[in-house]
Design a protein around this ligand. Structure first.
Ligand code: ADP
Ligand code: ASP
Ligand code: MG
Length: 401
């Protein structure tokens, strides 16, 4: 068997954890398997590197930022390979450049294009444990790129797809995928299985247990994932195409605090305004989620939408630059909001999910500011201070009842 095993930052945070992970990988190796290990940076290294950069330059170039952040993963793979060496097992650490994991050129938000597998096969053929950096790639200028926060999951899935691995295991600091973040909702339940589609929604809506692109890629290439604990051997959660229908209406609740509301006030109520606004943002790769357009009055209307907080500055600059072309009177931003979502394939055939969610939020005395729905999710925007309370209320209403 060829197994890809990915360990997140907390799973390799210190010497003891590194040895523990090495031990787990060696167990699979000794059974005769080929083992490729993907690692994140140790503990909160990535946050620390970002803080260091900001001390030097509050607005560093994205290229240099990726050059810096890529060192975090390089440290962990080198140390891991040293630990394996100390345990008498032949191993080799490789960064994105050495494997060659080709990505698009978008620094800080790169996407995989192609992965060369020769070097990895060569190392596996000589019976080495192969330890690869997560989160990074190489673009057409031979520069290092990164995949966005949490991107090591995507490296693992991309490698599993490219190597046609028999298993792709994501090890983390919780025992699997739960009906809500178990750190915020203590009575959240661990799911046995979840579909790609539902997990993709949950990941996109704030459940950071998996990077959303990793789920997208797993679905595209049919890579079955298992998410489980790096600390114990409890059975984890399987992410796959179809699951046994459970009686639960929804599979999970998620909170996303990395969200901000932008309001474009007083634009002309004429055809083409929304197109102009979102075309500008699209061209700059800015993801927009909930969009609301008010009813026109006296020839003008307002358009509000949500974006990730790190994009706010750029969005404001872009819209102000094009203020007259988009006919806006003024543009506002609000960084004190959060999204709470319920996700579940079951809601397609069960009307009333939205009403049930709104009732739970109403009973908790919380005001809803915006709403968005799709076939398998309902999302509300509310004040950030209310987000965790709203999540618990919604979770209790759906999962406990
Ligand atoms: P890693 O460093 O291993 O990639 P992350 O911090 O990225 O770990 O992801 C794991 C965390 O995701 C958990 O500690 C948990 O707090 C959070 N989380 C959010 N939503 C969920 C969920 N639905 N199920 C499990 N964990 C979740
Ligand atoms: N180290 C990176 C981050 O903190 C990637 C990852 O952990 O997946 O975002
Ligand atoms: Mg992660």
């Amino acid at each position: 068997m060829l197994i890809v095993k990915k360990f997140g930052g907390s799973s390799v945070a210190d010497k003891e954890r590194i040895y523990h992970v090495a031990q787990r990988c060696i167990e699979d190796y000794r059974k005769g398997n080929d083992v490729v290990v993907v690692l994140s940076a140790m503990g909160d290294t990535t946050d620390q590197l970002i803080a260091k950069a900001k001390e030097i330059n509050p607005n560093p170039s994205k290229r240099e930022m990726d050059m810096l952040l890529a060192t975090g993963e390089q440290t962990s793979v080198a140390l891991m390979s040293m630990a394996m060496g100390a345990m008498g097992i032949p191993s080799v650490s490789l960064n994105a450049y050495q494997v060659t994991m080709h990505t698009s050129s978008a620094y800080g938000n790169a996407r995989f294009k192609r992965i060369d597998t020769e070097r990895i096969w060569h190392e596996l053929d000589s019976r080495k444990l192969v330890v690869v950096t997560g989160f990074q790639g190489v673009n057409k200028y031979d520069d290092l790129t990164t995949l966005g926060r949490g991107g090591s999951d995507t490296t693992a899935v991309a490698l599993a797809a490219a190597l046609k691995a028999d298993a792709c295991e994501i090890y983390t600091d919780v025992e699997g995928i739960y009906t809500a973040d178990p750190r915020v909702v203590p009575n959240a339940r661990k799911l046995k299985e979840i579909t790609y589609e539902e997990m993709l929604e949950l990941a996109t809506l704030g459940a950071r247990v998996l990077h959303n692109r990793s789920v997208e890629m797993a679905k595209k290439y049919g890579v079955q994932l298992v998410v489980r604990s790096s600390l114990n051997t409890a059975e984890g959660t399987i992410v796959k195409e179809e699951v046994d229908v459970e009686s639960m209406l929804i599979s999970g609740v998620a909170v996303d605090k990395n969200t901000a509301r932008i309001a474009v006030i007083g634009v002309k109520d004429t055809p083409g305004t929304a197109f102009k606004i979102f075309n500008i943002l699209g061209k700059h790769n800015i993801n927009v989620d909930i969009i609301i357009q008010s009813i026109g009055r006296e020839g003008t209307k307002d358009i509000s939408f949500t974006v990730a907080r790190e994009d706010v500055e750029e969005v404001l600059a872009l819209l102000n630059e094009h203020k007259s072309r988009i006919t806006a009177q003024h543009i506002e931003s609000d960084m004190t909001v959060a999204k709470v979502s319920v996700v579940g394939a079951g809601m397609q055939s069960n009307p009333g999910v939205a009403a049930k969610m709104f009732e739970a939020i109403y009973n908790a005395g919380i005001n809803i500011r915006m709403i968005a729905t799709s076939e398998i999710r309902v999302t509300v925007l509310l004040d950030e201070v209310d987000a965790d309370k709203a999540m618990r209320a919604v979770h209790n209403r759906f999962i406990e009842d």
